[in-house]
Design a protein around this ligand. Structure first.
Ligand code: CO8
Length: 373
C-alpha cells in the first residue's frame, strides 16, 4: 500500500489567556447583578436565584486552569461576556483564516514544504466563519496554493476525520501533499452566562502536512499506520445555530444557538465508545495496546482522558503516555489532539507507536495510529 506520513505540524496560540479565577470573578459579578435585579421575584418564589461558579469546581471537574482566547476583554466584561471581534470587509482575511494560515505556515516550514508543493487544503473544525465560500478555499487563496480545498465539520473529532480524508486523498492519488488545518474560535459559540459550561472552551489553531512518504524530507516524520472513524447520533452535545434560524416560525432564544450539552451523559457514553474504537483498531492492526508509547487524545476533560487510556491500557496512564494540554488551553475542539501531538512527540524514537484520537459531538470519534520513522 502507498505509504503516507505526517511530516510537520503547526500551532497558533492566541496571546490572550483567562485564568479560572478571572472567568469566575466575571461570572459571579453577573450572578450578583442578576439576583439583585430580580430580588423581588426571587423573594416571592417566582424565580430561582442564579448560583455562583467556582474555580475549585472547574479544576476538579475538568482539569482546566486557563484558556487562550482571541479576545479576553469582551469575555470578562460582565456587561458583554462574549469576545468582541472586529467586523471585517470581504477584502480582508477572516480571523479564522488568519489563525489557520499562521498554524499552516509553521506546519509547512517544519515539513520543508512551500505552497507550491501543496496540492490540497482541508479545513476540519467545529465553527466556520460563514456558510460560503469555504474557509479552506480562503486559506488556499491567501497561502497561494494551487489545487483544491474543502471544509468538513465533525465537531471536536474534525481533525481525525480530516486526517483520514487527507490520507485517503494521498493514497488514491488525488493529491500528493495535503495541508490539514483546524482553526477554532470556540469562545464565539460559548455561552459565558451558563454556569455548567462557561469554563469549557478556548481558542487555537493547528495544522499538519500529510504527504507521500516518497516525497517527505523532514526529520520529523510519522507514518500513518491506520485510521478508523465512528459516528453515532446523539443530541447530548448540540448547537442549533444555522442558516434556517431566520426562517423558523418560533424564534430560538440565544442560548439555543450556542453550545449546549449534557456533560455527564457525554462523559458516560463517549468514554466506552472511544475506548472500544481504539482497542479494536489497535487489535486489527496487530498492535498490543501496552506497546503504544503515547496517546494524543482530544482535550475536553482530564477524567475522561484518564478513563479512556485506562480502559485501553488496562492500567492508569502516566502524563508521559497521555499528555495533557487542556490545563492551559481548555477544550479547543478539533485542535486539542493535534496540540497534544505537536507539543509531545519529539522524544519518541524510530519505531515507536502513538495514537491520535479525537472525539466529540455527533457523537463522533476517530483513531489515527502513527509510527515514528
Ligand atoms: N461551579 C460550581 N459548581 C458547579 C458549576 C460551576 N461552574 N457547574 C456545575 N456545578 C455543580 C452542579 O450544579 C452540580 O451540583 P449538584 O451535585 O449539587 O447537583 C455539580 O456541580 C456537578 O455537576 P455536573 O454533574 O454537571 O458536573 P460534572 O462532574 O459532570 O462535570 C463537566 C461537568 C466538566 C462538563 C463534565 O461532565 C464533562 O467534561 N463532560 C464531558 C464533556 C465533553 O467532553 N464534551 C464534549 C464537548 S466538545 C464538542 O464536541 C463540541 C464541539 C463544539 C465546540 C465549539 C463550541 C463552543
Amino acid at each position: 500500500m502507498t505509504r503516507v506520513v505526517i511530516s510537520g505540524t503547526g500551532l497558533f496560540t492566541p496571546a490572550d489567556s483567562i485564568s479560572n479565577d478571572e472567568l469566575v470573578d466575571c461570572f459571579n459579578e453577573y450572578v450578583e447583578r442578576y439576583n439583585r435585579e430580580h430580588a423581588a421575584e426571587i423573594e416571592a418564589g417566582e424565580l430561582q436565584p442564579l448560583a455562583p461558579s467556582s474555580s475549585e469546581f472547574i479544576f476538579k471537574a475538568s482539569g482546566i486552569q486557563s484558556r487562550h482566547v482571541v479576545d479576553k476583554q469582551g469575555i470578562i466584561d460582565p456587561d458583554l461576556m462574549k469576545p468582541q471581534i472586529r467586523t471585517r470587509s470581504n477584502d480582508e482575511p477572516s480571523l479564522l483564516a488568519e489563525m489557520a494560515i499562521d498554524a499552516a505556515r509553521e506546519a509547512m516550514q517544519r515539513a520543508g514544504k512551500s505552497p507550491a508543493d501543496v496540492d490540497a487544503v482541508l479545513v476540519g473544525c467545529s465553527n466556520m466563519p460563514r456558510p460560503y465560500p469555504a474557509l479552506a478555499v480562503e486559506v488556499q487563496e491567501y497561502l497561494g496554493i494551487d489545487g483544491w480545498a474543502y471544509d468538513l465539520n465533525v465537531a471536536c473529532a474534525s481533525a481525525a476525520f480530516a486526517l483520514q480524508a487527507a490520507v485517503d486523498s494521498v493514497r488514491n492519488g488525488s493529491a500528493g501533499c495535503v495541508l490539514m488545518v483546524n482553526p477554532e474560535i470556540c469562545s464565539g459559540h460559548l455561552n459565558f452566562r451558563d454556569r455548567d459550561s462557561h469554563f469549557i472552551f478556548g481558542d487555537a489553531a493547528t495544522a499538519a502536512i500529510v504527504e507521500l512518504a516518497d516525497t517527505a524530507t523532514s526529520d520529523d516524520q510519522f507514518e500513518v499506520v491506520g485510521t478508523r472513524l465512528k459516528t453515532k447520533f446523539s443530541n447530548n452535545i448540540r448547537n442549533n445555530f444555522g442558516f434556517l434560524n431566520r426562517a423558523e416560525t418560533d424564534p430560538r432564544p440565544e442560548n439555543d444557538i450556542l453550545f449546549v450539552q449534557e456533560g455527564r451523559k457525554v462523559f458516560k457514553e463517549v468514554v466506552p465508545m472511544v475506548a472500544d474504537l481504539l482497542t479494536t483498531h489497535l487489535g486489527d492492526l496487530g498492535i498490543e495496546p501496552a506497546s503504544v508509547r503515547r496517546f494524543w487524545l482530544h482535550q475536553a476533560n482530564l477524567g475522561m482522558n484518564q478513563l479512556i487510556s485506562k480502559r485501553v491500557l488496562g492500567r492508569e496512564p502516566d502524563e508521559n503516555e497521555a499528555p495533557v494540554i487542556l490545563n492551559e488551553y481548555a477544550n479547543t475542539s478539533s485542535a486539542g489532539s493535534v496540540i497534544a501531538f505537536h507539543k509531545y512527540h519529539d522524544d519518541l524514537q524510530a519505531g515507536d507507536v502513538g495514537v491520535l484520537s479525537a472525539f466529540g459531538a455527533g457523537y463522533s470519534a476517530g483513531s489515527v495510529v502513527l509510527r515514528r520513522l
